[in-house]
Design a protein around this ligand. Structure first.
Ligand code: SF4
Ligand code: SF4
Length: 355
């Protein structure tokens, strides 16, 4: 399973959709439990994927090094804003199986929300990590009304990211005209990206566009039984105070509290948490309910209409990608591309598949 391990609640940036550091009374800025307890829990999991998380995880490099030196895990990763990569020695970077750098696309789009100069720092980090020998670097985009999804995703692939994943800036931030933008810009962009993906597939190349890959993986291989991020049933987040949570965003919500590192914890039966709408949905196999946090808190932030708008965009996105399904299957049957190359398990990368 996936262990998202907070190293700190602090962050050195204040991106507009997030606001920066956590309140230290909710997520302390230093690890305040005995990490040996966490080591014991993780080592009881034969398929432990440990991904460092924050705040900005590189503000506490000593904890990362302690974990990587003392804990046995089958896979290591980090989700970082990419501005402090020099704080971790190269030997630790080389052991990272997956590195997610936050970058929203082109310079202007990234810097508008993350701060002037952030784009250049992240691109420098990408080049540094590649030079060190990190094999799998994923661009992690927050997608807003400024995004041109086709231009921004292809820009990041051209920069040399192995994969690109994105999340829509919805529910957790202020409400905006999602539907108008989706109809005029985003959904046509998804169609173009899908055409690009299939075009390269005809040449035997699998482009690392996570939402497309993840939906096609569910089409060709295993369905998602719940939100693809695994929240509460295939993944947990360990806060700096030792709480074990279903989702790293849900640091204040009781429903997300699964236990703590000292006393142990209990995973969720995700079926009990999916609303009727998702249980009976024709896209459930590909979507799994999208996001547990949005299922629980969406109406509180964006109201019923807002949740419906997000769901419309989700369904249309999946529908557009699935239109390519029969041709993709044929390419697999003809041996142009291997079915296994189109298998994607989001737990291994700590991505969410559905934007
Ligand atoms: S498309 Fe909407 S209703 Fe269907 S499973 Fe996903 S979130 Fe649930
Ligand atoms: S997709 Fe939703 S439930 Fe999953 S980790 Fe992200 S916020 Fe949490």
């Amino acid at each position: 399973m996936l262990w998202l391990v907070f190293t700190t609640g602090a962050c050195n940036l204040r991106c507009s959709y997030c606001g920066g550091s956590f309140n230290p009374r909710i997520v302390p800025w230093r690890v305040s439990y005995n990490p040996v307890r966490l080591k014991e829990l993780i080592e009881g999991d034969p398929e432990a994927v440990v991904v460092f998380y924050g705040g900005e995880p590189l503000l506490n490099p000593r904890f990362i090094m302690w974990m990587m030196d003392n804990v046995k895990a089958s896979r290591w990763g980090i989700q970082t804003n990419g501005t402090l990569t020099e704080l971790l020695p190269a030997s630790y970077w080389r052991r990272m199986d997956t590195v997610l750098l936050s970058i929203d696309g082109r310079r202007g789009v990234t810097d508008a929300h993350r701060g002037v100069g952030v784009y250049d720092r992240v691109v420098r980090a990408l080049r540094r990590l590649k030079a060190i020998g990190v094999g799998r670097v994923i661009a992690r985009m927050a997608v807003t009304s400024l995004t041109d999804i086709y231009l921004d995703v292809t820009h990041l692939l051209d920069l040399g990211f192995n994969l690109v994943h994105w999340q829509l800036d919805v529910i957790w931030d202020g409400k905006w005209d999602l539907l108008g933008w989706a109809r005029s810009s985003y959904l046509p962009g998804i169609r173009r990206l899908t055409q690009l993906f299939v075009g390269r597939l005809r040449e035997g190349v699998v482009l690392g566009i996570v939402p497309i890959l993840g939906v096609l993986s569910a089409y060709l291989h295993k369905p998602y039984t719940g939100p693809p991020c695994g929240a509460g049933y295939r993944s947990v987040a360990v806060s700096t105070d030792g709480r074990v949570l279903a989702c790293p965003i849900a640091v204040r919500e009781d429903w997300a509290n699964l236990g703590n590192v000292n006393l142990g914890f209990k995973m969720m039966n995700i079926e009990d948490h999916l609303p009727e709408m998702c249980r009976n949905c024709e896209y459930r196999r590909y979507c799994g309910g999208r996001c547990l946090y949005a299922i629980k808190e969406g109406e509180r932030y964006w109201g019923v209409d807002g949740v419906k708008a997000v769901d419309y965009v989700t369904r249309e996105t999946i529908r557009i990608i699935l239109e390519a399904g029969p041709e993709v299957k044929e390419l697999v049957d003809r041996g142009v591309v291997k079915a296994s190359d189109l298998y994607y398990d989001p737990i291994l990368d700590s991505t969410e598949v559905i934007p």
